[in-house]
Design a protein around this ligand. Structure first.
Ligand SMILES: Cc1cc2nc3c(=O)[nH]c(=O)nc-3n(C[C@H](O)[C@H](O)[C@H](O)COP(=O)(O)O)c2cc1C
Length: 188
């Protein structure tokens, strides 16, 4: 059975992004492990945490607590990330998570000539988002995750499903979400 890692950055109880994420998860076949970033409260790397991480890596302590998210990410078969579009990007909790996952020696390594080589098992990463207005290009949220996935983690199949313009006055929110659900039906 597929191991699906659901990285949930939907902080609002009435989150529309979460509605779409649930729609996707219902259509995937496998066992879902959720990382709820609102609850996890992952701290950004500071000097102390970076030194701790470097020390466990140097000591070969692969199962150290500080590598928990990286190990879980590395071993997932499919990764679903759900995040609202905030400030042309995603909530800062997603950045903290990606920082804890992007670990040289766990989720990627460098070749002798300095090329990153992915060490993740996952074949695909699905990103789902909703936005109050239009999503501009570059999208500093999804495009960044895609660059990490393809360049570092070695996950080439990266898809984004999004619903835009939900906060525009007069927007038919349910209709827009339904359209995105159709795109999910076609593209998943
Ligand atoms: C802190 C914050 C920042 C936001 N920044 C943007 C933005 O840059 N562009 C945009 O179109 N909408 C922005 N929005 C609106 C959200 O993208 C929109 O309401 C989205 O649907 C929220 O997702 P949710 O319903 O899953 O919480 C922002 C909302 C919040 C709360």
């Amino acid at each position: 059975m597929e191991n699906i890692l659901f990285v949930n950055a939907c902080v609002r109880p009435e989150s529309r992004t979460m509605q779409l994420a649930e729609y996707i998860l219902d259509r995937l076949c496998g066992q879902v492990a959720e990382v709820n970033l609102e609850q996890e409260q992952i701290q950004p790397l500071n000097r102390e945490r970076l030194e701790e991480r470097d020390a466990v890596l140097a000591a070969g302590q692969d199962d150290a607590e500080i590598l928990r998210y990286a190990n879980q990410f590395k071993n997932a078969d499919t990764i679903v990330i759900a995040a609202p579009y905030w400030d042309l990007s995603f909530p800062a909790i997603v950045k903290n998570y990606l920082e804890s996952v992007t670990v040289c020696g766990v989720t990627f390594k460098y070749s002798p000539d300095g090329i990153p080589i992915g060490l993740c098992k996952a074949k695909r990463l699905i990103y789902v988002m909703t936005a109050g207005g239009p999503v501009f290009s570059p999208d500093y949220g999804f495009d960044y995750v895609k660059a990490l996935a393809q360049n570092f983690y070695g996950i080439q199949d990266v898809k984004c499903f999004k619903a835009e313009n939900l906060d525009i006055i007069g927007a038919d929110v349910q209709k827009i979400l339904n359209e995105t659900q159709k795109e999910i039906d076609m593209g998943l």
